[in-house]
Design a protein around this ligand. Structure first.
Ligand SMILES: [Ca+2]
Ligand SMILES: [Ca+2]
Length: 166
């Protein structure tokens, strides 16, 4: 099974398939699922997440949504993921000024300037920390894909900026 590329918009057909997948989950009842189905849901979305992240979403549904997720919220979430991913990708590609596909220290500074506006906790983040956290294939450099994944994980509020770009 391959993971979905969330930079691509959902087609009507794919949205229908996602709704059917949602409705086929074990706890589905009256257009809602229980938080216990969140791991199966993330699998059905083909969303690349660590077990810790899956657990965090489950906790989020439990604490912020009263333990259930509605089908309409689910559709909002997957479409929101696509918009956020597009914004973040544009940000990373724009920042790569020398177009070598890698994010250098000065290119990272440009990205950070944008991110701290919505995520002030990132203020003062060093390039060394960024490389340590983002370089998932451990080749010592951060490419565009690694950068996109890092932003989505470490700057959750970048979602707000993506709405302004719609
Ligand atoms: Ca570069
Ligand atoms: Ca790398």
């Amino acid at each position: 099974m391959s993971y979905r590329d969330f930079s691509k918009p959902y087609t009507e057909k794919e949205l229908q398939e996602q709704r059917q997948m949602f409705r086929a989950l074990p706890t589905f009842k009256e257009a809602c699922i229980n938080s216990s189905d969140v791991p199966a849901l993330i699998l059905g979305m083909r969303w690349q997440r660590t077990p810790e992240q899956v657990f965090a979403y489950q906790e989020y549904v439990n604490t912020a949504m009263g333990g259930t997720l509605t089908e309409e919220s689910f559709v909002d979430i997957i479409q929101g993921l696509q918009r956020t991913s597009n914004f973040v990708r544009v940000l990373a590609v724009d920042a790569d000024k020398d177009k070598d596909g890698l994010i250098s220290a000065d290119e990272f500074e440009q990205i950070l300037k944008v991110l701290v506006v919505s995520d002030p906790r990132l203020t003062g983040k060093s390039y060394a920390d960024f490389v340590a956290e983002a370089d998932t294939n451990k080749d010592g450099a951060v490419d565009i894909e690694e950068c996109v994944a890092w932003i989505l994980e470490h700057a959750p509020n970048s979602r707000a900026s993506s709405v302004e770009r719609d």
